[in-house]
Design a protein around this ligand. Structure first.
Ligand code: NAD
Length: 325
């Protein structure tokens, strides 16, 4: 379906694989975007996904969906980047970094050249490092570059807690911060159900809440991607829903608090790295990061996580990546 040029809400997706295509499907069903353009180095894949999605329209919303090229990013409010390899069984997200940073050196300058005012939302792993790489390669402001970060880990955490405490996951308020990966940090000190601290809630409802049980909840959260990849080869539904939530917050200027990755400048002494914190996301992208009162263990964990990310960024030779782009 066509809309008047320049007036429609456009979302561009670079990388129409499992994550990109599932996100496109969720976006189409939501009706939030009038235009969805799919860009992939495998042109046939983007075309096939666009055709399949177009045939969904009679059951969803009239939407213009097509396989395009980087100039089509020009009018996009948000460009979601999910291009790149995914983790192989046993591979960490950080192992992926060199392969995917090289892909970003190709795609990010293209996006930014065609659309210097839009928002880039990075999903490709290792997402925090690639969010930082995107910021540096694009020359965009820190507000405009968002990584999906721990939005997925936070969802997994809330799900695991909801199972244990027998409540709707939407009633569980708890965050995972830091790296989207092995060094991520659960913020137990502020986790609550309807304002009740977890142990208080457990006591009031005769639910056990031993330290070992909480540790196991976090272990399942942190290691979920490995468990899923071992079984089905990739993860994509939950991350696509998380990307949807971020895009919705931007397109509707919702000022929603989401755990997403963005540039951190001065947070418990952490600076010049992208990692996840509860962050207000709205029409201009990253609006502000919330300054949580972390306990000593959480502060220590967050600093370690920042150190892991900094180390990986340093291993990348960004100047060379820039020169190659
Ligand atoms: N952030 C998260 O929470 C999260 C969750 C799941 C997966 N991921 C990551 O998302 C990424 C994509 O995973 P997937 O399962 O969709 O992979 P996939 O292999 O199914 O899709 C990747 C797509 O990128 C395309 N591509 C590669 N190079 C490109 C380029 N230069 N330009 C345009 N397109 C290009 C490929 O042709 C392919 O269609 C991986 O890095 C994965 O680890 C992130």
């Amino acid at each position: 379906m066509q809309s008047a040029p320049g007036t429609a809400t456009r979302v561009a997706i670079v990388g129409a694989g499992n994550v990109g295509a599932t996100f496109a499907y969720a976006l189409l069903l939501s009706g939030l975007a009038a235009e969805i353009v799919l860009i992939d180095s495998n042109r046939a894949k983007a075309e096939g996904e666009a055709m399949d999605l177009n045939h969904t329209e009679p059951f969803a919303h009239p939407t213009r969906i097509w396989a395009g090229d980087f100039p089509d990013c020009a009018q996009a409010a948000v460009t979601v980047v999910a291009a790149g390899a995914n983790q192989k069984p046993g591979e960490t997200r950080l192992d992926l970094v060199k392969k995917n940073a090289a892909i970003f050196a190709d795609v990010v300058p293209e996006i930014a050249t065609h659309n210097p005012t839009g928002i880039i939302l990075v999903a490709t792993n290792p997402v925090d490092v690639l969010t930082y790489v995107s910021l540096k390669l694009s020359g965009l402001s820190a507000r405009q570059v968002i990584g999906s970060g721990t939005i997925l880990d936070t969802a997994r955490f809330r799900y695991e807690l909801s199972e244990h405490f027998h409540v709707d996951p939407r009633s569980v308020h708890a965050y995972i911060i830091g790296e989207h990966g092995d060094s991520e940090v659960p913020v137990w000190s502020i986790a609550n159900i309807a304002g009740m601290e977890l142990r208080e809630f457990a006591g009031a409802h005769s639910i056990s809440c031993e330290r070992a049980e909480l540790e196991e909840i976090f272990r399942r959260t942190r290691d979920a991607a490995y468990a899923i990849i071992q079984r089905k080869g990739a993860t994509y539904y939950a991350v696509a829903a998380g990307l949807m939530r971020i895009v919705e917050a931007v397109l509707r200027d919702q000022a929603t608090v989401l755990s997403v990755s963005s540039l951190v400048s001065d947070y418990y002494g952490i600076a010049d790295v992208c990692l996840s914190l509860p962050t207000v996301v709205g029409g201009s992208g990253i609006e502000r990061q919330l300054r949580l009162k972390l306990d000593a263990t959480e502060q220590e964990g967050l600093k370690k996580s920042a150190g892991v990310l900094r180390h990986t960024i340093d291993s990348l030779d960004l100047a060379n990546l820039r020169a190659a782009s």
